[in-house]
Design a protein around this ligand. Structure first.
Ligand code: PGA
Length: 255
């Protein structure tokens, strides 16, 4: 059983305006002054990282972190280069603590491959940041578990085994994401089986989050499971009240 505090990652995707992001981050920060025993990571759109970082720096909370939704890692692991429009992990190293890599929307819309996702994870580790690596099957089927194992092995292969415990994994069945085909959350049982499978490969010390239509009505079901250490929350993280409710519920569950 995990002894870690729950980790709640708020993936704001390409949603908030600057004003929205500032209002949201301010409200979440204020609310978290009274909610402890968990860690929270806010992942705003890239241009709002600096203003949100400034806001979090002012009277910082030890359990509130900042994350990027993506980075680019050139093939040669160069720290910089002629890559128009891209941002490296190195550039974010004093700004954020976490980076989401391999989100299914990046695979779907930007055709990211397993090799690229692994390279990104390595670049994030080399910048002394924590990668949150997403993995999950597209359709729910009797082969879902095998598909996840296969993808996971491909993703982990290039990453030095000695660093696997520095990763955070996010099990995100694509069919359960709120913009997905059926967008019903997985059941706690189902997500637990997958989280356990992921841990059997990556190691039991590596936290595994669940992501896909998480909100305040179902967070408890996931956090109660032995192998689920937190959640990656999309749409429900765009409302401060709802995100704080999720945090409050998660923080009250003893693991
Ligand atoms: P959702 O998104 O909570 O809106 O389903 C989760 C995600 O895509 O990370």
């Amino acid at each position: 059983m995990s002894t870690r505090q729950p980790l709640i990652v708020a993936n704001w995707k390409m949603h908030p305006t600057l004003a929205d992001a500032v209002v949201l981050a301010t409200a979440v920060k204020r609310g978290l002054e009274d909610i402890h025993h968990l860690e929270v990571v806010l992942c705003p759109p890239a241009p709002w990282l600096v203003p949100v970082a400034e806001l979090l720096k002012h009277h910082p909370l030890h359990h509130l972190y900042l994350g990027a939704q993506n980075i680019w890692a050139p093939p040669a692991q160069a720290p910089d280069g002629a890559y128009t429009g891209e941002v490296s992990a190195e550039m974010l190293k004093h700004l954020v603590q976490y980076v989401i890599v391999g989100h299914s929307e990046r695979v779907r819309f930007f055709h990211e491959t397993a090799a690229l996702i692994s390279r990104k994870a390595i670049a994030v580790l080399e910048a002394n940041l924590t990668p949150i690596i997403c993995v999950g099957e597209v359709h729910r089927s009797s082969r879902s578990k095998d598909q996840v194992i296969e993808v996971l092995q491909g993703l982990l292969g290039p990453i030095p085994r000695t660093r696997w415990h520095d990763l955070v994994m996010a099990y995100e069945p694509i069919w359960a994401i709120s913009t997905g085909d059926d967008s019903d959350p997985a059941s706690g049982d189902y997500a637990e089986t997958m989280a356990e499978t992921i841990k059997s490969i990556v190691g039991r010390g590596t936290p595994v989050l669940y992501g896909g239509s998480v909100d305040s009505s179902n967070i408890a079901e996931f956090i109660h499971e032995d192998d689920i250490d937190g959640a990656l929350v999309g749409s429900a993280s765009l409302k401060a009240k709802e995100l704080l409710k999720i945090c409050e519920i998660a923080s009250g569950i003893k693991k």
